[in-house]
Design a protein around this ligand. Structure first.
Ligand SMILES: O=P(O)(O)OC[C@H]1O[C@](O)(COP(=O)(O)O)[C@@H](O)[C@@H]1O
Ligand SMILES: [Mg+2]
Length: 335
């Protein structure tokens, strides 16, 4: 198969961006390689899906009380095993485990990984897009705190990534001021991209949200949705996949805004988890010229109170998120 010689790999990206940061180069390369390997494994399993009997429920509930799918478990074991073997990860926090797991590591500069190994679980059984999400943090100094303390005191992500398993498998990496998009070549196993930074396009017109929950939203949010539908000029269109990775990716490529706000009742802090869903998407958005907020505050400035903390998330193109903030009464300052 013809390979465009100008294609670049995640390895090239990290090498280029760490030319003046040799200390973190090795752990970042090892961690990125683990994410790529996990992506290849997951994509290859997903190609056969129901034929392998892996698209059903595992008949258990996770620490958050949510039903666990077989693929949630496979994702957890796959990525955890790869991070363990990398010996570059000090601790892994996962949606699928109550406490962060401390791993054996060689590197003096080992890093922290927070992950949602399988995002969009409800899409598995219907063969719709799903993903895996990662944020990589520097451990706080001194790094002798408890496993949870490591994550609660870490600063904003150093590198963020997601894998999207869909018509093809995409790997999106945000690091050092750039967001880059790579595609898995299933023949060679390489993730390849054109080497250019990705920016949210101007003038996006997509909004993505589960409108079924609108009756439980705060009034300013309901008014914003009503304004989008009846008055906004130019008008917008609704697209919702129901997997954060898929919805975010479409909006990143086409321009749009994703909303999962707080709700009255059970989801007073929203649904998405700060450290391994909202934070990585906020970091990827920021590196692509976008913004993320919980409605009042930039997601990247929120200091976590617990490792599985949930937050409302509004993320996307800068103009659309600013417009949302202005119309709901919390204009973002300094962004
Ligand atoms: O069904 P809802 O409430 O719209 O939820 C969809 C959201 O829930 C999630 O699926 C949560 O992900 P998990 O599969 O990792 O639990 C998000 O990816 C997605 O945006
Ligand atoms: Mg998720």
């Amino acid at each position: 198969m013809y390979k465009n010689p100008s294609f670049r790999t995640p390895f090239d990206f990290i090498m280029e961006k760490t030319s003046d940061n040799q200390t973190e180069r090795t752990p970042l390369l090892l961690i990125t390689a683990a994410i790529e390997q996990g992506g290849r494994t997951m994509a290859s399993l997903l190609r056969k899906g129901p034929l392998l009997g892996i698209t059903g429920s595992a008949q258990i509930r996770n620490v958050q009380g949510e039903g666990v799918q077989t693929l949630d478990q496979i994702g957890q074991e796959t990525f955890l095993g790869l991070f363990r073997r990398s010996r570059a990860v000090l601790s892994v926090l996962s949606e699928e485990a109550e406490m962060p797991e401390v791993l054996p590591c060689d590197e003096k500069t080992s890093l922290l990984v927070a992950m949602d190994p399988l995002d969009g679980s409800s899409n598995i059984s219907v063969n719709a897009p799903i993903g895996s999400i990662f944020s990589i943090f520097r451990p706080p100094a001194p790094s002798s705190s408890s496993p949870e303390g490591l994550f609660l005191n870490a600063s904003s992500p150093l590198l963020s990534a997601y894998l999207l398993y869909s018509v093809s498998t995409s790997l999106v990496l945000a690091f050092s001021g750039e967001t880059r998009v790579f595609t898995l070549d299933p023949d060679t196993g390489e993730f390849l991209g054109d080497g250019s930074p990705w920016r949210f396009p101007d003038k996006g017109k997509i909004y993505s949200t589960n409108e079924a929950y609108l009756p439980r939203w705060e009034k300013p949010l309901q008014d914003y949705l009503s304004w989008i539908k009846k008055e906004r000029n130019p008008s917008m269109i609704l697209r919702y996949i129901g997997a954060l990775v898929g919805d975010f990716h479409r909006n990143l490529l086409k321009g749009g805004i994703y909303l999962y706000p707080a709700e009255a009742g059970e989801k007073t802090s929203g649904k998405l988890r700060l450290l391994y869903e909202a934070c990585p998407m906020a970091h990827i958005a920021r590196n692509a010229g976008g913004i993320a907020t919980d409605g009042k505050q930039d997601i990247l400035t929120i200091v976590p109170r617990s490792v599985h903390q949930r937050v409302p998330l509004i993320v996307g193109s800068v103009d659309l998120v600013r417009e949302f903030q202005e119309r709901t009464g919390h204009p973002l300052s300094g962004l």
